[in-house]
Design a protein around this ligand. Structure first.
Ligand SMILES: [Zn+2]
Length: 493
């Protein structure tokens, strides 16, 4: 027990806490963050990184001229980032959500360190000490002086109603998953602030278990159309006009029944060019696709004939002389495809895409066995979709996945164009592995219920399942979900 004399006589006041104040740890938290060069075209980052981003939970970004959190249910999202955390912490009574790193054996990640000031910070002898829960994770350096981070200068971040004061030291810590040692459970790197004998736990990084690595085979199938499609005459600008696609001649033409002078000259549809564009796209995006699936510790593996050459399978869709609306009985696949087609135009087939894809699948499975992985149909021309049955409004989908459950296996790459997004292929494959759109509010697909884990404002995130201009990451809960696709993934070690 410490007694302090009324007079404040020093000889009776040994160990007065106030005298030690300059040497105590000031209050701060430490966060691991993804470096700003993560998505850089020249460097392949072979790790996944996810965290509860500020703009998801604070009203920071402006949407329709109103600042709002990008996630529609902030509390639920916070719960998500509390899940699977080993030894959760609440330093100084403040909520703390650790970031997640996924790293294959033998790979490394260089991360930023953010020190979030809960009070004014001053340079003193405080050090940050990093402690891994497994010898299979190496951290360099194992210790950093707080003053080194404070020297980067204080920054302020606007969080809507509040602000955050922080310091950021870029690429200051390297985590390596050592060769020869994987881990079957999630691991953690604890961060302690230490000053003299005083020690506080002020941060944590969760590291995703990396013992089980899965392979996702990707097969590519070149679809060839044969024969022709006739569309019966209908009213077009006061005339009765029909349409015809002749696949053998690789052309389409509008036929005006009453006045041949108004007929539109045949237009080449370029099926071969479209297929070769798709092949180039598929091959050019291979590295990106590999990198994206690596985030979930999945090895995206296109099937190849040898190290360099892709194996392209082929299916023929022989429509013979098909008239839209006509009933045919020609066997599996082709009947379904014909029934799905509602109209044609100069560059495209308008159809019920789900039915069309099922038809392709039937034709494919006549010849090839249905194997685990994702099978991509490369379509030789534009395949479109009416908004709803009978509707005049037509939608384009660059790609179209069988469904959003992990039983889906087939993808149709349906509309090649020059602005095609790099991530379309990964996005469609991920649908078949059970992921829904980041912005989805629908609760049903193909008559089966969907429970979207979380919903974000459309077009505002960098998530691969969003519709934004630049998308490149999967979230941790999506890593979990992708890895659950035991229908398509094969455990490789
Ligand atoms: Zn989609």
């Amino acid at each position: 027990m410490i007694t302090i004399s009324e007079s404040g006589n020093p000889k009776n006041s040994i160990q007065i806490p106030a005298l030690r104040r300059p040497l105590t740890i000031r209050q701060f938290l430490v966060h691991f963050r993804r470096p700003s060069d993560y998505e850089n075209n020249n460097v392949t980052k072979e790790y996944g990184f996810d965290w509860l981003r500020d703009e998801y939970i604070y009203p920071v970004e402006s949407v329709n001229r109103r600042t709002t959190p990008l996630c529609t249910d902030v509390e639920r999202l916070k719960g998500e980032y509390s899940r699977d955390v080993t030894d959760p912490i609440r330093p100084y009574g403040v909520d703390y959500y650790p970031a997640w790193l996924s790293l294959k054996e033998g790979k490394e990640a260089t991360l930023d360190l953010e020190v979030e000031a809960l009070e004014e910070l001053a340079e003193n002898a405080t050090a940050l000490i990093f402690e891994s829960s497994t010898p299979h994770l190496q951290i360099e350096p194992a210790q950093i002086n707080l003053s080194e981070i404070l020297q980067t200068g204080r920054q302020t971040k606007n969080l809507g109603q509040t602000t955050r004061e922080y310091y950021l030291k870029s690429q200051s810590i390297k985590i390596t998953s050592c060769t020869g040692g994987t881990f079957a459970e999630h691991q953690q790197i604890k961060v302690f602030a230490q000053c003299g004998a005083q020690r506080e736990e002020v941060g944590k990084l969760m590291v995703y278990h990396n013992q089980d690595i899965y392979r996702l085979n990707a097969r590519f199938v070149q679809v060839n159309f044969k024969g022709s499609i006739h569309m019966p005459p209908r009213q077009v600008a006061g005339m009765m006009a029909g349409n015809k696609i002749d696949f053998s001649l690789d052309t389409t033409e509008m036929i005006v029944d009453n006045n041949p002078a108004y007929s539109v000259a045949p237009k080449p549809i370029g099926m071969e060019t479209t297929i070769s564009n798709w092949k180039r796209y598929v091959e050019d995006t291979e590295e990106k696709a590999k990198q994206k699936f690596t985030q979930a510790l999945i090895e995206y593996t296109p099937i190849k004939k040898n190290q360099r050459k892709y194996e392209y399978r082929k299916v023929n869709v022989n429509l013979k002389k098909f008239k839209i609306g006509e009933n045919t009985e020609e066997g599996p696949g082709i009947n379904r495809i014909k029934r799905s087609i509602t109209s044609i135009s100069l560059d495209s087939i308008v159809c019920d895409m789900e039915e069309f894809l099922l038809g392709l699948r039937e034709i494919y499975e006549e010849e090839y066995t249905d194997e685990p992985g994702v099978t991509f149909f490369l379509m030789p021309m534009v395949i479109r979709y009416p908004k709803s049955p009978g509707s005049k409004r037509i939608d384009h989908f660059d790609g179209f996945a069988e469904d959003v459950f992990n039983t889906g296996r087939y993808v149709m790459l349906a509309n090649y164009h020059d602005q095609l997004r790099e991530m379309t292929l990964v996005h469609e494959a991920a649908h078949n592995m059970g992921l829904v759109h980041s912005f989805t509010t629908v609760t049903e697909d193909n008559g089966r219920p969907i429970v979207p884990e979380h919903t974000f404002v459309r077009g505002t995130t960098e998530n691969i399942m969003d519709y934004s201009l630049s998308t490149f990451s999967f979230w941790k809960y999506q890593w979990d979900k992708l890895r659950q696709d035991n229908h398509d993934l094969e455990l490789i070690r």
